[in-house]
Design a protein around this ligand. Structure first.
Ligand code: ZN
Length: 218
């Protein structure tokens, strides 16, 4: 898996001047031991673990999904570590199956706080598609790129069914980002996650579809 990811990043990001991902042999993930990678050319390297099942990655994924810039689930960023540590949530779909009595097992969370968190999770089901796309933490998909995709495609199924060339029709979506989305979609676990989100009632339609680009956008 790691080997294939290395090849993927080399093939997709390797030829980009100044951009791209590089592995660092001496930097290992303290939780799972995988070699870490960082954005090449960034002023401050941010080391990331490429193992999708790494507890640190799962926590970061849940926290990102809940963050105000993504699905905006109040309290989720703070609770991510406990939700994962307690085994209650191992992927973002499992947030939508949580029960109040499970949540009250988390230290510091009383019934009222648990209920409030569940309401915030339920409200997030109505968020626009671009927030889902950005929340999924697909490599290279910024909030701007997610909004551009939302303007170009009516549903998530259209985005994930598009070829790299079709994805690049959205402004803000480079060849590398388009390849990254195609690669992400090629993973069965990712496709299953989307099916689960759909079944659980998370909105996968774009309100931005057909809208004009933001003023000032390239
Ligand atoms: Zn790790």
């Amino acid at each position: 898996m790691i080997e294939s990811i290395t090849k993927f990043f080399t093939s997709v990001f390797g030829n980009q001047a100044g951009g791209g991902k590089v592995f660092h042999a001496s930097q290992k993930c303290p939780e799972c031991g995988s070699k870490l990678w960082a954005e090449a050319g960034a002023a401050e390297p941010v080391w990331l673990c490429p193992n999708p099942d790494c507890p640190a990655e799962v926590r970061a994924g849940i926290a990102h999904w809940c963050s105000p810039g993504a699905m905006d689930i109040a309290g989720g960023e703070k609770l991510a570590a406990q939700l994962v540590g307690s085994g209650l949530v191992m992927n973002v779909a499992e947030l939508y199956r949580l029960k109040a009595r499970e949540l009250t097992r988390i230290e510091g969370l009383d019934t009222a706080a648990a209920q409030k968190f569940l309401e915030a999770i339920a409200a997030s089901k109505k968020r626009d598609l671009w927030r889902v796309l950005y929340g999924l933490r697909i490599s290279g998909v910024s909030a701007d790129a997610a909004q551009a995709l939302g303007r170009q495609f009516p549903t998530l199924h259209h985005v994930l069914g598009a070829s790299a060339g079709q994805l690049m029709a959205a402004e803000q979506v480079s060849a590398a980002v388009a390849q990254s989305i195609v690669y992400w979609t090629g993973d069965r676990q990712n496709r299953d996650l989307i099916k689960r989100l759909d079944k659980l009632g998370v909105n996968l339609k774009s309100e931005l579809y057909g809208a004009a680009a933001k003023p000032g956008a390239a």
